[in-house]
Design a protein around this ligand. Structure first.
Ligand code: FAD
Length: 468
């Protein structure tokens, strides 16, 4: 008997439940991965995340080979090709059973339904497991057995329900395969796949290195996280997001490390892991979110600003607001942006410029190494006041106040906006008068007035609410 494990956004063996399920002792394991070109384009997958995935696939290929597990990597165009492909593949290699972990995004769910339908019609078994989160979406519910729309009660219930023994599972079970022909086919598919792939990956792809970073974070930064997490000039966060996004490490592994290090789970870092869970649970409970619909219906009536010129200035970090420009340039340079700055630039785009959050969401997706639909959509809808438990529409971040509070010495700004590196500290958040006085033309004029654009945003939201 043979089982086929289909890896998607769970590119790992460690703490991957697919490698732990009980199965007949004679069942051999084969692993498969599809790179769906058209789908990646449609979903705006960034080059930097693609590159990380490619390095990870290469690494996994060798890891599996060492364990005598054939790993097939195929390039296809769209998800719609997958059901037929799988039937043919499973017939060719006499495989009876397919296993994968749930993905909750809209197109991914549709794809899996189609696979399920065709496989069951052809008498194959398809088993899906929940492994993207510590607690299964659909199981953390309020008194009316519905998904929470507000984070804090969700979090309380989540912590209450977390059963430590449940995620302490052994996940290194597999049976190896001896059929030489299958290994040759896998090798051919591999050579074929990587023949034309060009990429440059800047991130780690081995769990050993990634867990070293995490252990060092737990040892050196976790205790201060509550205070340092908001300061973008400090390396005070775990930087685990790229690896959680493509599934090289799982939240189970990270939480186990915290428990082993005797860290109480009600700390502010675990709080962020619960935000990640909240957004994934929301996506499963409200599939409309996966189709880019706002959670708060009235916001459909907002007449968004369509100016491409305004949008371009934001994208390129040419707004004239140093903290916003620093963030946007960090995104392009590193494929990552500090969370505090993500909130500042998102508020600036959606409130001060009144540009649709979906445009910001897409731009982030195209550049983030950690882009995931649930957290990105959640973060954008939170910032734009269109989501569940988002900030109220009349709360508009002031980028200058934010900058003074969270980058008081302008260290973060100077790192990413080098033209301001010689500006004295007291002018760094609002450099324009100083620049004019010294008749230097080194930086952009502020593209909007903060007070009038704030007022306009509030009025526009009010107008939409009344119209609804
Ligand atoms: P840490 O502070 O160490 O947090 C640990 C983990 O918790 C992170 O790796 C991440 O998985 C999760 N997490 C942290 N903050 C949040 C949050 N606010 N919401 C959900 N999960 C969180 N995160 C993504 O992983 N992918 C995205 O595409 C993404 N887009 C965002 C867009 C906007 C507009 C905003 C405001 C936030 C977005 N975030 C996104 C959340 C957050 O900014 C990043 O997860 C965080 O900066 C990653 O850095 P870290 O791993 O050092 O985080």
């Amino acid at each position: 008997n043979r089982r086929l494990i289909w890896l998607r956004s769970d590119l790992r063996m460690m703490d991957n439940i697919l490698f732990s399920r009980d199965y007949e002792s004679s069942e051999e394991t084969i692993v498969i991965y599809f790179h769906a070109i058209h789908e990646w384009k449609l979903h705006k997958k960034s080059n930097i995340q693609r590159a990380l995935i490619f390095d990870r696939l290469k690494y996994l290929y060798l890891l599996f080979k060492e364990k005598n597990i054939p790993f097939f990597i195929f390039e296809i165009n769209s998800f719609s090709e997958i059901p037929d492909f799988l039937i043919q593949f499973m017939n060719q290699f006499s495989i009876q059973k397919l296993l994968s972990n749930y993905e909750y995004e809209y197109d991914e769910s549709e794809r899996d339904h189609a696979v399920h339908f065709l496989l069951s019609r052809n008498n194959f078994e398809y088993i899906q497991m929940h492994n993207q989160t510590l607690l299964e979406p659909g199981t953390v519910l309020n008194g009316e057995k519905k998904m929470y729309k507000v984070f804090t009660p969700f979090k309380k219930k989540w912590i209450h329900q977390l059963d430590r023994s449940k995620f302490n599972i052994e996940t290194n079970h597999y049976n190896t395969l001896t059929d030489k022909i299958i290994f040759e086919s896998a090798q051919n598919a591999y050579n074929n796949f990587f023949r034309d792939v060009e990429y440059e990956n800047k991130y780690f792809y081995k769990e050993k290195e990634i867990l070293e970073i995490f252990n060092s974070f737990v040892l050196n930064h976790l205790a201060d996280y509550e205070f340092t997490r908001d300061i973008p000039a400090i390396n005070g966060t775990s930087k685990m997001s790229p690896y959680l996004a493509v599934g090289i490490v799982s939240p189970q592994t990270l939480i186990k490390i915290c428990i082993d290090s005797k860290i109480a789970l009600d700390n502010s870092w675990v709080n962020e892991i619960i935000w990640r869970e909240f957004y994934i649970h929301l996506l499963q409970a409200f599939p409309d979110l996966g189709q880019n619909k706002p959670f708060l219906q009235y916001t459909k009536f907002i007449p968004w600003n369509e100016s491409e010129d305004d949008f371009n200035k934001w994208k390129k970090g040419m707004t004239g607001f140093p903290i916003v420009d620093a963030g946007m340039r960090q995104l392009i340079e590193e494929g990552w942006m500090h969370n505090r700055v993500r909130m500042i630039v998102a508020s600036f785009l959606t409130k001060n410029l009144l540009i649709h959050w979906k445009k910001g969401q897409d731009w982030f997706m195209q550049h983030l190494v950690d882009g995931t639909f649930a957290s990105n959509n959640g973060g954008w809808q939170w910032s734009a006041s269109t989501g569940t438990d988002s900030q109220p529409y009349f709360r508009v971040f002031n980028p200058i106040t934010q900058s003074k509070n969270f980058d008081p010495n302008g260290e973060y700004i100077k790192k990413y906006v080098p033209e301001l590196k010689n500006i004295p500290r007291k002018y760094i958040h609002e450099p324009w008068d100083y620049i004019q006085l010294n008749s230097e033309n080194i930086y952009y004029e502020p593209m909007v007035s903060l007070s009038s654009s704030r007022k306009q945003a509030i009025e526009t939201f009010k107008f939409a609410k009344e119209k609804y």
